[in-house]
Design a protein around this ligand. Structure first.
Ligand code: GDP
Length: 274
C-alpha cells in the first residue's frame, strides 16, 4: 500500500503541473488516516505551539518499511508465542520488546488485531470472562521484536494481576517501550493515573495512545488531546511528548503506530525516522 508523505501534494497528470480535481481532498483524507494528530492541528488557536504534534513524522520509506515488518510471509513469520502469568514463564528476553497496557475495554485487543491485520493468521486471544486468570500474551514478529499484550486493568484488578504487571515492567530488561492506551472519548481516568504513576515510579519510557478516536467528536478529541498533552508536559518524565491517536475501526493512526513500534525496537534506519 502506498502512503503519502505528510502534507504531500497530489500531483496532476504527468508533466501537467496541475492538481487533479478532487485529488487534494483525497490526499488530505489519506493524511488524516496516517497522521490523525496532525489533522487536528488546523483547529488550534493561531500561533499555538505545534511541536508536540510532529515529533515523530516518518516519511514514506519508513512507513513502508514498518508495513513490511508487520506483513508476515514464509521467511518472516509473525506468531503468537505463549502466555504467561509469571515472569519465569515469559519467553527468554532475546529480542527488543514493546508492551501494550490499558484499562479493560479501552480497545487494546482491537488495536493489536489492527496492528497485526497484515498477518491474518495471528490470533489475538481475548480473555474477558470474570474470574479467569488474565495473562500476558507474547507475539513474535520474525526475528525483529516481540509485542506483549498485557492483561487489562480496572478497579477490581486482583492483586496477582498487579504483581504480574509490576514485575514485568520492572524486570523485563529487553522492554523498549510501554504503550499506555487511554480512551480517546473519555480521556484520562483515575485508573489511568495509577498506571502513569507506576510507570513514572519505575522510570521506564512509555507513550500514550488515544483509542477509539472515530467515536469522539472533533471538539472532544481536541480537548482531550490538549489536556493530556499538558498533563504529560507538566507531570511526567518518561512519557513521549507526542500522543498517538488511533481508530481500530477506521484504521487511522495504525500505520504510524506500526512505524513507531519499528522505530523504538531499532528496526528503522534512523535517518528515515526523524
Ligand atoms: P480491550 O478490553 O481493551 O481489549 O477492548 P476491546 O478491543 O475488546 O474493545 C472494547 C470495545 O470497544 C469493543 O466493543 C470494541 O468493538 C470497541 N472498540 C475498540 N476499538 C474501537 C475503535 O477504534 N473504535 C470504535 N468505535 N470502537 C472500538
Amino acid at each position: 500500500m502506498l502512503l503519502p508523505r505528510a502534507g504531500g501534494v497530489a500531483a496532476g497528470p504527468a508533466g501537467s503541473g496541475r492538481p487533479v480535481p478532487g485529488a487534494a481532498a483525497g490526499a488530505e483524507r489519506r493524511t488524516g488516516i496516517v497522521f490523525p494528530l496532525q489533522k487536528l492541528e488546523r483547529y488550534l488557536a493561531p500561533g499555538a505551539d505545534t511541536t508536540r504534534f510532529r515529533l515523530f513524522q516518518p516519511g514514506l520509506a519508513a512507513l513502508q518499511r514498518a508495513e513490511a515488518l508487520f506483513r508476515s510471509d514464509r521467511g518472516h513469520p509473525i506468531d503468537y508465542v505463549s502466555s504467561a502469568v509469571r515472569m519465569d514463564h515469559a519467553p527468554p528476553p532475546t529480542l527488543p520488546e514493546v508492551c501494550f497496557i490499558g484499562r479493560s475495554n479501552v480497545g487494546k485487543s482491537s488495536l493489536i488485531r489492527a496492528l497485526f491485520s497484515l498477518a491474518p493468521e495471528v490470533e489475538v486471544r481475548v480473555s474477558k470472562t470474570p474470574g479467569h486468570t488474565k495473562k500476558m500474551n507474547f507475539f513474535k514478529v520474525g526475528k525483529y521484536f516481540t509485542l506483549v499484550d498485557m492483561p487489562g486493568y480496572g478497579y477490581r484488578a486482583p492483586q496477582d494481576f498487579v504483581e504480574m504487571v509490576e514485575a514485568y515492567l520492572q524486570e523485563r530488561r529487553n522492554l523498549k517501550r510501554t504503550f499506555l492506551l487511554v480512551d480517546g472519548v473519555v480521556g484520562l481516568q483515575k485508573t489511568d493515573h495509577i498506571a502513569v504513576d507506576m510507570l513514572e515510579e519505575f522510570g521506564i519510557p512509555y507513550v500514550m495512545v488515544l483509542t477509539k478516536i472515530d467515536r469522539a467528536s472533533r471538539g472532544v478529541l481536541l480537548k482531550n488531546v490538549l489536556e493530556i498533552q499538558e498533563f504529560v508536559k507538566e507531570n511526567t518524565q518518561g512519557c513521549f511528548p507526542q500522543l498517538f491517536l488511533v481508530s481500530s475501526v477506521e484504521f487511522s493512526g495504525v500505520h504510524l503506530l506500526r512505524c513507531f513500534v519499528a522505530h523504538v525496537t531499532g528496526n528503522l534506519p534512523t535517518v528515515e525516522a526523524s
